[in-house]
Design a protein around this ligand. Sequence first.
Ligand code: HEM
Length: 160
Amino acid sequence: MRIATLFLGAALVAGASYALAAARPPAQDPVAQDPVAQDAEAHAETVLETHMLTVKASIRALRRSLRDAESAPASLTSIGAMQAAILAAKGETPRMAERIPEAQRAAFLSAFRLEMITLMRAALDLEAAVLNGDQEQVQSVFDALRELEDPAHEKFTDGE
Ligand code: HEM
């Protein structure tokens, strides 16, 4: 009985945090502030794509805000939105997985998830650099984060 209550409690907390993430207030939602991203989101075909579009919109906002240490609060908001999107994306399955032979699919999905972890690490490093106020570090971590996109898309999408 006790254990069942604990499980129910944990499920409720998990459910509530998903609900909160889904109802992002507009001020913390980079897509809501970016008409190009909004249009793309309206045409997104998968949940993963929607999260990727949030990552992209966050990066667009960060390209401006990271230049100026005084915009650190705005940068931290965008980085938070990006981390939430990566966390959600990490649990999704790329469309391409359907076309991977079954014998290789588990390895493909592990490689995808490991690459998402790398992206999340870069997003955490970026947050730390902003908090430390180290502008040089901010720029080098941001560049490294952006460089993850193309090789990852080569491996995990087939251009649909
Ligand atoms: C800076 C990093 C990244 C950005 C800005 C980004 C952005 C995007 C965007 C905008 C899309 C939608 C389709 C398109 O317009 O190309 C997309 C799709 C996709 N991205 Fe990323 N991405 C990034 C990193 C990654 C990483 C690290 C992975 C893998 C771990 C990944 C895996 C995918 C997959 C699998 C799709 C296809 C969606 C699907 O299969 O449903 N992306 N990404």
